[in-house]
Design a protein around this ligand. Structure first.
Ligand code: AMP
Ligand code: ZN
Length: 433
């Protein structure tokens, strides 16, 4: 422990009293200045003086994504517009985006959390950091960028895409640390191999931060092997600053959620009941260190659980488990609830399976049909047909025994499924069209 990371090891009682002080201060500010929260408090007979301990948080109704959309763009703003210096938006699938506003202090604080997270994983001032997340309205670009600068690394703002230039930059500047979506990392490896390059030996990478979308432990292992890096899971959402909300330490067993900035709860997504540590449910976050736009009890839609035990690293901030996906990613085929990340886990544990897959849902004569399209390793596809049939059978058997699914499995050539350089879209649900 050094003087600049004391907060990571703060005693639990001290952490909780800091949380309460910051919560009170936040409640007073939103009550005074945010039109949305002022109305919510009035309608529920609340005012900040009613809050005597952290437990009283449960008096406040949840804030939902719909609330953010309905009050777009300034309804949750808690400071005068002249104090706001930055806008980001959240990647919504439909309708209006969600606007997220920052003051200078908010940007500084968000950068601090990134710097803290990077330092925790061993990134140092003499590292060369290439940020391969999209710059612009998405927080993964600029927020991470500012954090890496704060820590003092050489930052290459490469953005997402333009893969050959990425590779050139990594080779020219001997990039050691990257921030990238897991699906883009696998694509990048494919492109390098097509160019006759070896991602492990022709690059100088040592650390990769993987986030912005759900992925399995098996995918992490794959990326570590391909690039010869230490890969760390990074979680965040625009509504809570973007990246830097929770991050893995070197133990890589769950992500420390920075509780000096956020209060976390896990709820049953159907009843709203608050669950115990260890029980899986929807993550609900309250920002307690935000100026422009604090959000109270925000339903993230993300499924996880809190590790009840203290981490071996000694940090006191509790950890959340790898995200299973979003509540609304789940689909139901013939009565079986499935998360894409569970299918991914099975696929990526098979050595013959390549780096990309797609899940297609169709309805035929009123019956749901699930088709899993799987890329196989390049040379396999040119092998015997019998070999491929056997592999299809193995994948089907594994999916049936582990997830109770009986999908149609379609093997396709490496590189033939659509790619994105940002967040992957894995599920094509033709039943809704
Ligand atoms: P955005 O607000 O556009 O940055 O999207 C945030 C969402 O991305 C989160 O609510 C999660 O659903 C997803 N996400 C971000 N990081 C991760 C991660 N490490 N693992 C799984 N999902 C993630
Ligand atoms: Zn730890």
């Amino acid at each position: 422990m050094s003087s600049n990371n004391k907060i990571e090891y703060i005693a639990r009682e001290e952490l909780e009293s800091l949380q309460f002080r910051r919560l009170k201060d936040t409640l007073e500010r939103v009550y005074k200045s945010s039109p949305f929260y002022r109305k919510m408090f009035k309608e529920n007979g609340l005012n900040p003086s009613k809050f005597k301990s952290l437990k009283d948080l449960s008096l406040i109704p949840f804030t939902t994504r719909q609330d953010l959309r309905d009050n777009f763009p300034y309804g949750l703003l808690s400071v005068p517009l002249e104090k706001v210096i930055r806008l980001h938006t959240s990647t919504g699938t439909t309708g209006k985006p969600k606007a997220v506003l920052f003051t200078q202090k908010d940007i500084d604080q968000a950068s601090e959390l990134i710097a803290r997270s990077m330092r925790m994983t061993g990134a140092k001032r003499d590292d060369v950091f290439q940020n391969m997340m999209s710059y612009g309205l998405f927080t993964g670009g600029l927020i991470f960028h500012y954090g890496a600068e704060k820590l003092g690394l050489l930052v290459i703002p490469a953005g997402a895409g333009n893969t050959e230039r990425q590779i050139q930059l990594m080779r020219d500047f001997k990039t050691t640390v990257i921030h990238i979506t897991p699906s883009y990392a696998l694509y990048l490896a494919d492109v390098m191999e097509d160019m006759g390059l070896d991602p492990k030996h022709d690059l100088s990478l040592r650390i990769a931060y993987l986030g912005a979308e759900p992925y399995s432990e098996e995918t992490r292992v794959k990326i570590q092997d391909i690039f010869g890096v230490d890969a760390y899971n990074s979680y965040g959402l625009s509504e809570m600053n973007g990246p830097g909300v929770a991050f893995e330490c070197r133990e890589k067993e769950g992500m420390h959620l920075w509780e000096d900035n956020f209060i976390m709860e896990i709820i049953d997504p159907s009843t709203g009941k608050v669950l115990e540590d260890g029980e899986e449910g929807e993550l609900v976050l309250t920002s307690i260190n935000r100026e422009a736009m604090p959000i109270l009890r925000y339903r993230t839609g993300d499924l996880t659980y809190i590790y009840p035990e203290r981490c071996r690293c000694g940090r006191t901030h509790r950890r959340i488990a790898r995200l299973k996906g979003r509540v609304d990613d789940m689909f139901i085929v013939r009565g079986v609830n499935v998360f894409p990340s569970e299918i991914e886990r099975v696929l990526m544990s098979l050595p013959e399976v390549g780096r990309n897959y797609q899940i297609v849902l169709e309805r035929e004569k009123n019956l749901d049909k699930l088709r899993v399209r799987v890329e196989v390793k390049g040379d396999l596809f040119n092998g015997s047909l019998e070999h491929l049939r056997k592999l299809e059978d193995r994948i089907r058997t594994r999916l049936r025994s582990e997830l109770m699914l009986t999908p149609q499995v379609e093997l396709v050539e490496a590189g033939s499924l659509p790619r994105t350089t940002g967040k992957a879209k894995r599920v094509i649900d033709k039943r809704k069209i």
